[in-house]
Design a protein. Structure first.
Length: 554
């Protein structure tokens, strides 16, 4: 007598078995026939020659009551690319064995590919639950539940039901985390969350309020730098982040008044010669565009508070101007300059935040600095709180014609207020939400903002204020790896998305309906990760921008 392997365990109301002979009892399969079925199941994944097809047809005729032989024949036909024969076998399978789960899944998959979604519950039940589909059965095989869950995830992905797809995905992950079907299902979930996030972002974009830029650098025709009090300043024009430490130290030792005049002249030069540098006919690299950042960081290092109006004037210009001179690295770090120069000049910062027509990220680096001021020195908190109240009140009283309202900026400003625990601002924030002035893609709804204030750990958002020397050192430490990543992403041989061309997810996939069941063959092509922009929708599906969501965890 053969040895029976029967491993059975409870799973969310199911009784699951891994007994490979479980189906034998359901279909009256003898031990000898069971061994034959096992052999054929393996062969159908690798063999597709005519003699093997003839063997399967012979077995089907010899054992018409056993559905598995028909299922295996459809697998072989699918591998041979004979789609009409696949459909013919699966129609026969469903007609002769309507209660066989894999015939149901194949039929349902046919409807899924045809986008006849309303017919699928007729096959698999309205609840999409195996216990309801087979009320007289208490035990299910591991492969039955994994294949069933995989199909249900496909169905919910195709019908844009993210919550239900994720709920079934959690079950599949728990049941079979390393199973090929689980790995494949993750692609459906990923693409659905990306699609959902993009839709949220598109909806958000359609309702977002963006001020019109008022400040553009004039074309001056200047081609040469100005004269400086100190010749050392010219060295700022020759290097990027690898600027010699000795040069910086030398500049910092120069007479305060005249060196500050020179550094302000550098900022003016970046404005005056913007069109000279940003010229399609001129090849400009980072060694030529870092000089205004050098100047701003040196002014912060010198604690040259008198230069703050010039820094703010520089930030008035449009986003293309800021991106050209600072890029993401500089603009995201400019809060440290504002932090050092603005502590005693909050009135200037408030006035800047209330100027119409200023770019989102120019203003958000101000609110980042204000947040850090509070986190580093609680004594300044009342003044910053009053500043925020004044800003939020002015925005709430503004209208679209004022060119002041910026829904993204308000989202970032609220995010900074959460980080430094200014919960007294909640009534003002609610007013802004009630007016639909706040982007939902940054902190979510008002109720989510309320919860964030309650749950945000104290001082979690506190960032280290570092010297310009440490700033450049940190950039250079990561510079090689950053550019290596970019080079890899731009490799023309790399695929642009996560799947090879043959397996890219598409709910209109015309692959054979039954090809996912008992015939799954994992792709040997590795997944390629697409580089995600900081302001793109986060791939987790939250609907938030990447920089305000999972990018924080990277």
């Amino acid at each position: 007598m053969r040895e029976i392997l029967r491993i059975q365990f409870p799973f969310h109301g199911y009784e699951i078995t891994t007994d490979k002979h479980f189906q034998d009892r359901l279909y009256g399969i003898t031990p000898e026939l069971s061994e034959l079925l096992e052999e054929v199941a393996i062969d159908c994944q690798t063999r597709k020659e005519n003699r093997f097809v003839k063997k399967l047809i012979t077995l089907i005729n010899e054992y018409p009551h056993i559905p598995m032989f028909k299922n295996y024949l459809s697998v072989v036909y699918n591998r041979r690319g004979e789609k009409s024969k696949v459909r013919e076998v699966e129609e026969q399978l469903f007609e002769l064995h309507p209660d066989y789960l894999f015939s149901k899944l194949a039929k349902a998959s046919e409807y899924l590919v045809a986008r006849e979604f309303d017919k699928i519950p007729e096959i698999l039940g309205k609840t999409f639950d195996l216990k309801d589909l087979y009320p007289d059965r208490k035990v299910f095989h591991f492969s039955e539940l994994t294949n069933f869950l995989f199909f249900v995830i496909r169905y919910y992905a195709a019908t844009d039901n993210l919550a239900s797809a994720q709920r079934n995905m959690q079950l599949l992950e728990e049941l079979a985390p390393e199973n090929d079907l689980t790995l494949e299902a993750r692609k459906y979930i990923f693409m659905l969350t990306i699609d959902r996030a993009k839709k949220i972002m598109e909806e958000e974009k359609s309702r977002s309020i963006i001020p019109v830029s008022k400040y553009f650098p004039a074309k001056t025709g200047k081609r040469n730098p100005p004269g400086f009090n100190h010749p050392q300043i010219s060295g700022l024009y020759l290097t990027a982040f690898d600027i010699p430490r000795s040069l910086l130290e030398e500049i910092l030792k120069l007479p305060h008044k005249t060196v500050v005049e020179d550094l302000i002249s550098v900022l003016h030069d970046a404005i005056d010669r913007y069109h000279y540098y940003n010229n399609e006919s001129k090849e400009t690299d980072e060694t030529e565009t870092a000089f205004p950042l050098h100047a701003a960081l040196l002014l912060a290092e010198l604690r040259a508070e008198e230069a703050l109006p010039e820094i703010l004037h520089f930030l008035e210009f449009n986003d293309e101007f800021q991106d050209f001179w600072f890029g993401d690295i500089g603009l995201d770090s400019l809060w440290m300059v504002i932090f050092q120069l603005g502590k005693n000049q909050l009135g200037l910062l408030q006035a800047f935040l209330l100027k119409p027509g200023i770019d989102t990220f120019s203003k958000s680096c101000i609110t980042n600095a204000l947040c850090q001021m509070v986190l580093h020195d609680s004594a300044i908190r009342p003044k910053v709180l009053d500043l925020y109240k004044a800003v939020f009140t002015t925005f709430a009283n503004a209208n679209l014609n004022d060119n002041l309202i910026d829904s993204d900026f308000l989202g970032y400003a609220i995010d900074s207020a959460i980080s430094c625990s200014l919960s007294e601002l909640l009534p003002d924030i609610k007013t802004l939400y009630d007016k639909n002035y706040v982007a939902l893609s940054i902190n979510g709804t008002y109720s989510q903002v309320e919860m964030s204030f309650k749950t945000h750990p104290e001082n979690q958002g506190r960032q280290e204020v570092i010297s310009m020397f440490e700033f450049y050192d940190k950039i250079l430490e990561n510079w090689d790896s950053v550019w290596n990543d970019i080079d890899e992403d731009e490799d023309e041989d790399e695929l642009p998305m996560y799947f090879d061309n043959d397996s890219e997810w598409d709910d209109t996939d015309d692959s054979e309906p039954g090809s996912h069941f008992h015939s799954f063959i994992p792709s040997t092509t590795p997944m390629v990760s697409e580089k995600i922009g900081r302001n793109e929708p986060c791939p987790c599906g939250s609907g938030k921008k990447y920089k305000k969501c999972c990018m924080k965890e990277d």
